[in-house]
Design a protein around this ligand. Structure first.
Ligand SMILES: Cc1cc2nc3c(=O)[nH]c(=O)nc-3n(C[C@H](O)[C@H](O)[C@H](O)COP(=O)(O)OP(=O)(O)OC[C@H]3O[C@@H](n4cnc5c(N)ncnc54)[C@H](O)[C@@H]3O)c2cc1C
Length: 532
């Protein structure tokens, strides 16, 4: 970089600081920040005298939401710049199981039944209909590899990324194709580039971003529209503590260390409305271990991403999965029981209502210490073919799995290790076994409608399970055109967002990559031509 350029940037930066603080003061005076938690939100920058780059659309984040937005706008001839803080594209989307799905629901009626009508009705209807009728055919038309998943239940009924590659290579094939399409249309993907702030004009309209490439000076990028597709906030323990409850800070992050809610916080800084279900999320059960590896450490994450894509950090790599004695995906497969540290069952582990994915982790996080004990006897242990391998993987990562030859021994050890009420635990399991034996388990105070297996013949196992989050549900309020709304529910000019940066789900879920991609696609098309 020549000296004149460095000087210009330094001046820009000084100007910016002056203007940004002035801008923030003006906005506070005019009520822009009313209702925002000013300790968290990211204030906007004021319009600079000179922009460093200009484009039609800036997209924040190169996961499925961001790349779908970029591809949709680029296809219509818009000049697109996608800023990605990581050195690699794909975000949490590339970590995922690669399932592009609406949990197999094909119509709005089916979707409503699956989600018990708990999701935002306008957005969810738009989502399920656009996903089937427009988004999937569009991906196929522009040559992005997807394959019918071929399963018969839940998320396995729809599509998977890739053309049959193994493991993470299928997600990689999908994202490589999106990147190629965008770049083929003249779009740019700026990796290692963090969007730090939105830029606004004197009317509060968003007109660009303030971004910084790693190791370089920050720059102002002028844009006709900005799409926020930065994922959820599960990597930000301040936000999970604030929103998920007293043990919200104990959740593990299954996504990337950059899923910090930065998109939501920047939008709040320009007066965006937030809402939806902040206390529920899509999540899983996970061994409680001190191992944090890539989920909180950007350097470790970048190192892992630069390695073999087959071994991308995900489930099983620093985040040991719970055994399948209580299935969080398909409760009808459940054989074991869950108790809290008071020694009591607290939900029907098999009910299509209580345990509908992902209500199991959502309920566990509300228990003491945000955890539960998954209990099995030897018969249940043996029924599940992967029990042995999973427990070994957990123990190698410091998870304290407790074993006892008798129920009394197990309960004593659990009292010592976790402060469980021993007498209550023994009574809970005895009452449960009696009810299973009598055929009255469905009438217990905490009923058990299916999976009637006794926990009766030692040795016994107790697996300490915590909660990990795939993506959060609360976020920005958007309309069906993906426009971000302000506190008066009016669109903020030129600002768009996709879930999970935007809110849509509550309790049951129906597709993270699919909802991000569908609303990213909608944002790109609305920006380019006013509608999809
Ligand atoms: C292990 C795992 C398995 C999953 N399995 C499935 C599944 O099978 N099916 C499914 O539908 N969903 C699944 N999900 C959920 C799904 O991955 C998310 O819902 C989805 O990734 C959201 O897409 P997104 O594009 O909004 O976010 P992401 O894919 O996380 O992309 C956001 C991007 O924004 C970048 N970013 C963040 N802040 C900034 C900033 N300030 N400046 C620049 N860049 C920024 C991040 O680095 C990231 O690359 C899974 C998630 C995980 C973690």
């Amino acid at each position: 970089m020549n000296q004149r350029r460095v000087l210009n940037m330094t001046l820009n930066r000084r100007d910016f600081l002056k203007k940004a603080s002035l801008g923030a003061a003006v906005m506070a005076g005019s009520g822009f920040l009313v209702g925002c938690n000013t300790t968290n939100v990211t204030p906007p920058a004021a319009t600079p005298d000179k922009w460093d780059m200009e484009t039609d659309v800036v997209v924040v984040g190169a996961g499925n939401g961001g790349l779908s937005a970029g591809a949709a706008a680029a296809e219509e001839g818009k000049k697109v710049i996608i800023c990605e803080i990581s050195g690699f594209i794909g975000g949490g989307s590339i970590y995922s199981g690669g399932g592009l799905h609406t949990w197999g629901t094909k119509t709005w009626e089916e979707y409503k039944a699956h989600t018990e009508d708990l999701h935002d009705p306008v957005l969810a209807k738009t989502y399920v209909e656009t996903f089937r009728q427009t988004y999937i055919p569009w991906l196929q038309k522009i040559g992005i590899p997807i394959t019918p998943a071929g399963g018969d239940r839940g998320y396995l009924k729809d599509y998977t990324m890739g053309s049959g590659e193994q493991g993470y290579l299928r997600q990689k094939a999908y994202f490589d194709a999106l990147q190629k399409f965008i770049e083929g249309k003249g779009g740019q993907i700026l990796t290692n580039t963090r969007v730090r702030q939105l830029v606004i004009d004197e009317n509060g309209a968003v007109n660009g971003v303030y971004a910084q490439k790693k190791g370089e000076n920050p720059i102002f990028i002028k844009a006709g529209a900005v799409v926020l597709a930065a994922g959820g906030f599960q990597a930000n323990k301040g936000l999970t503590a604030q929103y998920i409850g007293s043990y919200g800070d104990t959740v593990r992050n299954m996504g990337t260390p950059y899923n910090t809610g930065s998109g939501m916080l920047m939008a709040q800084g320009v007066g965006a409305l937030t809402g939806g279900s902040f206390s529920t999320f899509s999540g899983t059960l996970i061994g409680i271990s001190p191992n944090r590896q890539t989920e909180e450490n950007p350097e470790e994450y970048e190192k892992a991403r630069s390695g073999d894509p087959q071994t991308l950090p995900g489930i099983g790599n620093g985040r040991p999965p719970a055994p399948g004695w209580v299935s969080f995906l398909f409760p009808e497969d459940t054989t074991g029981i869950l108790v809290n540290l008071q020694g009591k069952r607290f939900m029907d582990e098999t009910s299509p209502i209580d345990a509908k994915y992902p209500r199991v982790p959502q309920t566990i996080i509300k228990q003491k210490r945000g955890m539960a004990l998954m209990i099995a006897d030897q018969a249940i242990f043996d029924k599940n073919k992967s029990s042995d391998a999973i427990l070994k993987m957990n123990e190698s990562q410091g998870v304290k799995v407790i074993k006892g030859n008798t129920l009394d021994e197990l309960a004593t050890k659990l009292q010592d290790a976790y402060g469980v009420y021993k007498g209550t635990l023994i009574k809970t399991i005895n009452d449960y076994n009696t009810a299973v034996g009598n055929g009255t388990a469905a009438q217990l105070d905490v009923p058990r409608v299916g999976g009637h297996f006794k926990v009766a013949a030692g040795p016994f196992y107790a697996f300490p399970t915590g909660v990990a989050i795939y993506h959060t549900f609360g976020g920005l309020i958007i309309n069906e055109k993906a426009q971000v709304l302000d506190l008066q529910r009016q669109p903020i000019a030129n600002l768009y967002a996709a879930p999970p940066t935007a809110a849509m789900f509550r309790e049951p879920y129906a597709g993270g990559i699919a909802s991000a991609g569908t609303f990213g696609y909608i944002a790109g098309k609305v920006i380019a031509k006013g509608s999809v």
